[in-house]
Design a protein around this ligand. Sequence first.
Ligand SMILES: Nc1ncnc2c1ncn2[C@@H]1O[C@H](COP(=O)(O)OP(=O)(O)OP(=O)(O)O)[C@@H](O)[C@H]1O
Ligand SMILES: [Mg+2]
Length: 356
Amino acid sequence: MGLLNLSLRNFRCFTAADLEFAPTFNLITGENASGKTSLIESIFLMGRGRSFRTANLESAVRAGTNGFQIVGRVSSQSTPIPIGLARENGHLEARIAGQTPATLAQLSETFPVQLVDNQAHEIIRGNPHRRRQFLDWGVFHVEPTFFPVWRRYQRVLRQRNTLLRNGNPQPEISSWDRELVSQGEALGAFRQEYLASLLPTATAWASQALGGLEISLEYRPGWPREQGFPDALKNAIERDRYAGMTQVGPHRAEMLIKVEGKPAQERVSRGQEKALVGALLLAQAAVYRARSGRPCTLLLDDLAAEFDSGHLTRFLDRVEECGAQTHITAIDPPSSITSRVAKAFHVKQDKITEMV
Ligand SMILES: Nc1ncnc2c1ncn2[C@@H]1O[C@H](COP(=O)(O)OP(=O)(O)OP(=O)(O)O)[C@@H](O)[C@H]1O
Ligand SMILES: [Mg+2]
């Protein structure tokens, strides 16, 4: 499983680039501003239908052109599946095996990718939304019924919030509660079940990455547990009406990450933060493989930054254990990276050359 080849047209600094990847370990080197992250970004886009750099994909269109195309083939159990993305006239179109997918979520099903970059710290330092995103990536990939429930919950929540904002009477608002509770409790149960399955690998790997410190992950459902969601919703109605939005529910859930019993952000150094988050993301990749039987593709942008040689080697050993196709970028890769490479590419002045 992985990306067999990739063609870019007018994507960021690249006018035209065509690459064939190894199924194992691919290295992309180049100086600052040569296009390494752009290459990783294009692969991420194929798997997620969005960028990790910008919410506005117009900025990814090569300056002076009208749109970009990204095309590649993803290996599957049987025949390779072509995936194409094109941004023209201000919107993104996707094709999977020649068909337009019903939602961009189908890209994730076809080509699951996991990213570790210098923004990975956000999972610790960012707001709870980042940690919910982290959990939901995992649940989405192992639980096929999660996405429809998640979508239904979002839809009902939007309806309820509109009524709250418009100051509608309470009975009208509460008429949405039964559906909100039913979808919300299901969503919370999916997340908790997933976290329980992730926990053994995630805590063991994260602890080892931090030299044996004790790590814990704990799910808070978005309502006081002793009340339960239905009562919490009833009790919050006046606050909801005042705020013009629903204050309790899985959209307010949190995943607490603790190191030696303390919130991780208060306890670990910058490098440890990256090692911790990296271990959690790799644990997700390993659990995904164990539960689906398919590996996901790992994108490691500028991995060596902030890592000393010991942390980097331990991390790369874990990467190998995941058995996933890997794309790693580096300005000046140390031997712990080069010794594992199956295929290497060098980016210079927007041209990509395969190294032999
Ligand atoms: N829409 C665009 N059109 C043309 N060039 C762009 C566009 N967006 C970004 N660039 C340029 O692409 C180049 C490559 O950027 P990228 O972030 O991929 O570099 P990098 O190799 O990852 O650099 P670093 O080592 O500093 O992280 C930069 O010079 C950037 O200014
Ligand atoms: Mg970069």
